[in-house]
Ligand binder design. Structure first.
Ligand code: 13P
Length: 335
């Protein structure tokens, strides 16, 4: 197997998952302000260093996605952040897109930017210690959305990005996120997500991306946040598996879901059921941002010097998700 496949599998195997700590400065500022903490480089680093030095980094977290600011920061012990992550037994990664902007021709939709100059930025990130990368394409659902234009242009960008990342010896996370916002049914989410993922793979193949050396990061199949027709967690798991089985080529080693606005509990429960029913060869795990950090952030905000307490909250969430990634989680393990 290729070197990139080895890296991808190491990040995801044995129930390990990914901590998405790559919130941009503006998103992180919103998260910190929501819990009453001032957003400045020192506080952003303090919270993240607490997570990156917790014991679950060794046992549960196979990879961490960083933001540009963080990959350049030093810990309180004067180590570079990627060094700390590697020392803990995990793998450092980096978000490399520069955000979703209004899509010309369909202004309600977005296209992710960041391709210009990407090769040079990737070389720098590799030198700074990154072994994998992330790029997120984002799609809205409505009667008329996502449009063919959005599906095509985002798939094209994801493929050009992936090809450049592999050229620079890193594993690309391919993240096409069909948003939960809206009134759509789970059936609509299933249809649109399938179309989006299939188009991504058409483009990845056209751009000669080695599919054994990528990680797919999709949304689960859920009814819209404001849908009147909710479905059970079992149905979420079954529809998600059906969608991925029909749309993802078998060479892909692993799938790491985003949480996308689900509660921590819901994201764990759904992942657990997906793994209980998983009859594919794909590793199915987590690459959560909010669903791994929410409780820890809330706890930390009450006393930002309480490192141990915050780590305890984070370790619990990471452990629950690692059990779910093996289909071994149950409600009574929650505290
Ligand atoms: P959430 O799990 O909070 O959706 O974040 C994952 C992510 O990396 C979004 O790009």
């Amino acid at each position: 197997m290729s070197e990139l496949n080895t890296v991808a599998v190491k990040i995801l195997e044995n129930g390990k998952g990914i901590l998405a700590a790559d919130e941009s400065t503006s998103t992180m500022t919103k998260r910190l302000n929501d819990v009453g903490v001032e957003s400045n480089p020192k506080n952003r680093l303090l919270f993240r260093e607490i997570l990156f030095s917790s014991s679950s980094m060794t046992k549960c977290i196979g990879g961490v996605i960083l933001y540009d600011e963080t990959i350049r920061q030093e810990t309180s012990k004067k180590n570079k952040i990627p060094e700390l992550i590697s020392k803990m037994g995990s793998t450092p990664g980096i978000k490399v897109d520069t955000g979703a902007k209004v899509l010309a021709g369909s202004p309600k939709e977005k296209i992710t930017e960041g391709l210009d100059g990407l090769r040079d930025r990737l070389k720098e990130y590799y030198r700074l210690g990154a072994k994998f990368t992330k790029w997120r394409g984002v799609y809205i659902i409505d009667e008329n959305f996502p449009s063919k234009l959005s599906i095509h242009s985002n798939a094209h960008a994801l493929a050009r990005y992936s090809s450049l990342v592999q050229e620079c010896n890193m594993v690309p996370i391919v993240e096409p996120e069909v948003l939960m916002d809206g009134e759509h049914s789970a059936e609509d989410c299933y249809k649109k997500t399938s179309e989006v993922i299939q188009k991504c793979f058409d483009e990845l193949i056209l751009h000669k991306v080695d599919l054994t050396g990528i990680i797919l990061k999709p949304n689960m199949i859920l009814a819209g946040k404001n849908s009147k027709k909710k479905i059970s967690n079992e149905e979420v798991a079954k529809l998600t598996l059906k969608c991925l089985k029909d749309s993802v080529p078998p060479e892909v080693p692993g799938i790491a879901f985003l949480s996308g606005g689900q509660s921590e509990f819901e994201a764990t429960e759904n992942l657990n059921l997906i793994n209980k029913f998983n009859d594919t060869n794909f590793i199915m795990t987590y690459s959560y941002g909010r669903a791994l950090q929410q409780s820890a952030l809330k706890f930390w905000s009450k006393n930002i010097q309480n490192i141990e307490g915050t780590q305890k909250v984070f370790n619990h969430r990471a452990k629950m998700n690692t059990l779910a990634a093996q289909g071994k989680w149950s409600k009574d393990l929650e505290i």
